[in-house]
Design a protein around this ligand. Structure first.
Ligand code: ATP
Ligand code: MG
Length: 301
């Protein structure tokens, strides 16, 4: 399939999971096991093929993004542990030119990070024009883990009179404004919440314990966070309600089936790039002359 045909197919798929207006969003309406019309056994190979075509289309679009050097694309991934962020990033970005892509993972903030406002460490990692930047976790942790565990907020060295009841709604407002600012500067923001069920997380943790090749991925701290599952889900729901906008939508992607998650993420990224009307820069008359002269010279020798 050509890029143009692929774009047509992916538009509908991406739209099914896009939240551009948060007000009426309810997490319970998204089934983590949803695979749309793809049935698990019969369509899995077809979905894999679709992903492969999607990856090729993505490479084509990224090449133009890079050549045009005007837009930047920021893809933000948030999820509970073992929901498949790393795998989605790896598979979806597998075909693209590493020169035009940057990936940053945001873990617990360092002492230097805590000496600044919370956007500081993320701002330093924003993608250059022409590039795709990926945030594996992001400033959204500030309304997720920090909200679920207020002890993190206490470590942020904020002046006490700025830490009141309104802090979360103030953070939502600041994040919305920040993303609007990015949009107005040519940074296209797309956000992904990979939504896996608590049951599937348990299955994947057990697999990490039992499969020696996956042992390294297991952390007892991750498992301990399961006790706070409902708190996290509440925080995720409110985060999406408050920060889903037309220019920086969330994609709430069913994540119990990795093959499906990856297809949806690829579709959403292609959809975002396709909206930009990317094209190779046209060369002016001066450049055309320069090319003709260079060709003559090369052919003579
Ligand atoms: P993986 O487990 O696949 O390696 P990960 O993104 O979960 O990937 P970890 O090193 O396990 O990486 O965890 C990073 C931890 O840092 C997460 O638990 C996350 O909630 C936490 N974290 C990220 N940002 C903040 C923040 N601003 N304040 C406090 N904790 C944070
Ligand atoms: Mg982890």
């Amino acid at each position: 399939m050509k890029t143009k045909e692929i774009i047509k197919v992916v538009r509908g798929l991406a739209k099914s999971f896009r939240v551009s207006k948060g007000k009426d969003f309810r997490l319970k309406d998204v089934d983590p096991n949803n695979t749309l019309e793809f049935t698990k056994e019969a369509d899995k190979p077809r979905a894999k093929e679709a992903l492969a075509s999607g990856v090729l289309a993505l490479a084509d679009l990224q090449d133009k993004l890079y050549a045009q050097d005007k837009w930047a694309v920021l893809l933000i991934f948030q999820a509970m542990d073992a929901a498949g962020k790393d795998g989605a990033i790896k598979h979806v970005m597998s075909g693209i030119n590493p020169q035009g892509c940057q990936v940053f993972s945001f873990k617990s903030p360092s002492a230097e990070d805590l000496d600044h406002d919370y956007l500081w460490r993320c701002m330093k990692c924003l993608p250059n024009r022409g590039h795709i930047g990926i945030f594996n976790r992001s400033y959204y942790e500030e309304v997720l883990v920090v909200r679920v565990h207020p002890e993190f907020l206490a470590k942020q060295k904020l002046p006490p009179k700025l830490v009141g009841k309104e802090i979360w709604s103030e953070r939502f407002e600041d994040i919305r404004n920040f993303e609007q600012y990015l949009g107005r500067n040519g940074v296209v923001v797309r956000k992904f919440f990979l939504h896996a069920s608590k049951k599937e997380q348990k299955r994947r943790f057990l697999e990490r314990i039992e499969d020696t090749q996956k042992n390294w991925k297991f952390s007892s701290n991750d498992a301990a966070e399961r006790d706070f599952w409902d708190h996290y889900m509440q925080a995720y729901e409110e985060m999406i309600q408050e920060t889903a906008t037309k220019h920086a939508p969330w994609y709430v992607v069913p994540a119990d089936n990795k093959w499906f998650t990856r297809v949806v993420v690829a579709a959403a990224v292609i959809d975002a790039l396709a909206d930009l009307d990317l094209a190779y820069p046209k060369v002016d008359d001066g450049k055309l002359k320069e090319l003709a002269t260079a060709k003559d010279k090369l052919l003579k020798k």
